[in-house]
Design a protein around this ligand. Structure first.
Ligand code: T4K
Length: 376
C-alpha cells in the first residue's frame, strides 16, 4: 500500500513542554527574589527532588552534562589514560581531552553497544587511571564485570549516563554505580532543563569538592582553594526542571507503549534486529534503535534513513562517525579499525527511530509500515 508522508516533520525526539503558566509562576518567584543563580531556591528544590527520583545518596547539579563530566574527571584526579568507548557522543572523549587525559578506545558488545568488558583488560597500561563507560541509549553496561576489573587494577570508574535518566538495574537507580555517574539534562533528553546535567556519587566527601569545583574553587569570601570552573545550573534551568519532572512518569508510560508498538510491528521483519531489554533492567525508553542488516533486509541503514526523509520522518545515525574516526582522535593507536571491529560494523547499521511521549501509537504503526515497505 502506498503511504502518504506525514503532514508535519517527525524528528527523532521532542522535549517535554511543561505548562507555561506554571513555569511563569516559578519565574515570578525568581523575579521577586532577584536571585538568578548560585545555589538559589529552585536549584535547592531540584537537587532534593532529583536525589529522590534517581534514588542516589549524593547529587550535584550542573549547567550541562559535558562540564559535569569534565568536573568528575578533575574531582577524581584522573590523568594519563582513561579507557572509553568510541561509540558515543563527542562529549565523552572530549571531557577527557580537556583534562589532558588520553582516551583509549575499547571495542563494544554486538547487542548492547556498550563497552565490551571482556576486552577491557587488554587496554590497561601502567598509565591507565580510570574507565569511562557509557550506558549508551540508556542500556546499562556490564556493571559487575567492569567493577571487578576496576577493583583488580585499582582504577576509578565514571559512568556516562547521559541517556539513562530513570534507568534501574535490579531495584537500584543507575546513578549508584562506579565512583561517579554523569547525567545530561539537554532538551533532547527525557528529563531536561533545556541545558543541564548532574553528577551522582556515593562518597559524601565528594560533594564538597564537586560543589567547589563547579564554583571556581571558591570556599568563602577570602579563599579560592582549587582551580575550579563555572559549572553551575541557574535558576531558570532549575525551575524548568521542577516543572518537567511532573510529566516524567506519564511520558515514560507513553514511550513504553510506543516502544512496544515498534517491537510488535517490526519483530518478524527479516534483517531488522531489535533491542533486547534484560529482565533485571527497568528501561527508561529514551531511545528506540534498530539494527539494519543489509544482506537480509535488502537495503542499507543509510538508505532507510534517506528514504524515511521523503515521508517527513527524520531519524538519526547516532553515533556515526565513531569518535575514533574524528580527525582529532584518528592518530591514536587504540583508534585503529583493527582494534575496534564491532564498533566499526555497528556504526554503519544502527538507526535511532523517533520516540517521544507526544507521538501516538498510530504514528509508530505508520512509520513501521513505511519501513517494512522498503524491504527488498
Ligand atoms: N555523553 C553522551 C553519551 C551524550 O549523548 C551527550 C549529549 C553528552 C555526554 C553531553 O551532554 P550535554 O553536555 O549535551 O548535556 C544532541 C544533544 O545536543 C546532546 O545533548 C546529546 N548528547 C546528543 C546525543 O544529541 P544533536 O546534534 O542530535 O541535537 P539536535 O539539535 O540535532 O536535536 C535532535 C532532534 O531533537 C532535533 O531534530 C529535533 C529535536 N529537538 C532538539 C532540540 C535541541 C527539539 O525538538 N527541541 C530542541 O530544543 O545533539
Amino acid at each position: 500500500m502506498e503511504r502518504e508522508p506525514f503532514p508535519e516533520p517527525i524528528f527523532v525526539t521532542c522535549p517535554i513542554i511543561p505548562d507555561l503558566d506554571k513555569y511563569r509562576r516559578r519565574l515570578d518567584k525568581i523575579w521577586t527574589g532577584k536571585w538568578f543563580t548560585n545555589n538559589g531556591k529552585q536549584h535547592q528544590l531540584l537537587e532534593e527532588r532529583l536525589k529522590k527520583y534517581l534514588d542516589v545518596p549524593q547529587i550535584s547539579l550542573f549547567n550541562n552534562g559535558t562540564i559535569a563530566l569534565m568536573t568528575a574527571c578533575r574531582c577524581l584526579g584522573l590523568s594519563g589514560e582513561v579507557i572509553t568507548t568510541p561509540f558515543t557522543f563527542a562529549a565523552t572523549p572530549h571531557a577527557l581531552t580537556w583534562n589532558n587525559i588520553t582516551p583509549v578506545f575499547c571495542d563494544i558488545e554486538p547487542t548492547t553497544y556498550t563497552i565490551d568488558a571482556d576486552k577491557l583488560e587488554s587496554s590497561i597500561t601502567s598509565d591507565t587511571t580510570a574507565i569511562l563507560p557509557v550506558h549508551i541509549f540508556g542500556t546499562p553496561c556490564n556493571i559487575q564485570k567492569i567493577q571487578k576489573i576496576a577493583d583488580n587494577y585499582g582504577l576509578k570508574i565514571i559512568y556516562d549516563a547521559a541517556h539513562a535518566f530513570g534507568t534501574k538495574v535490579g531495584n537500584k537507580g543507575i546513578g549508584n554505580f562506579g565512583d561517579i555517574t554523569m547525567f545530561s539534562f539537554h532538551a533532547t533528553k527525557q528529563f531536561h532543563t533545556a541545558e543541564g546535567g548532574a553528577l551522582t556519587f556515593g562518597d559524601p566527601s565528594l560533594k564538597e569538592k564537586i560543589d567547589l569545583l563547579k564554583n571556581f574553587g571558591i570556599k568563602n569570601e577570602e579563599e579560592v582553594i582549587i582551580a575550579g570552573i563555572n559549572g553551575k545550573m541557574n535558576e531558570l534551568q532549575a525551575a524548568l526542571g521542577m516543572e518537567v519532572i511532573k510529566y516524567l512518569d506519564a511520558d515514560r508510560t507513553q514511550r513504553k507503549q510506543l516502544y512496544d508498538t515498534y517491537i510488535q510491528k517490526l519483530k518478524n521483519i527479516s534483517g531488522l534486529v531489535l533491542p533486547e531489554v534484560k529482565k533485571n533492567v527497568y528501561n527508561n525508553y529514551q531511545y528506540f534503535v534498530i539494527h539494519v542488516e543489509r544482506e537480509k533486509f535488502g537495503i542499507s541503514r543509510d538508505e532507510v534513513h534517506e528514504n524515511l526523509k521523503k515521508f517527513n520522518v527524520f531519524t538519526r545515525k547516532y553515533f556515526s562517525p565513531l569518535c575514533s574516526e574524528y580527525e582529532y582522535y584518528r592518530r591514536l593507536p587504540s583508534a585503529s579499525k583493527a582494534n575496534l571491529p564491532m564498533a566499526n560494523k555497528i556504526v554503519d547499521e544502527v538507526l535511532c527511530m523517533p520516540l517521544y511521549g507526544t507521538l501516538f501509537v498510530q504514528d509508530i504503526e505508520k512509520i513501521c509500515e513505511i519501513v517494512t515497505g522498503f524491504q527488498k
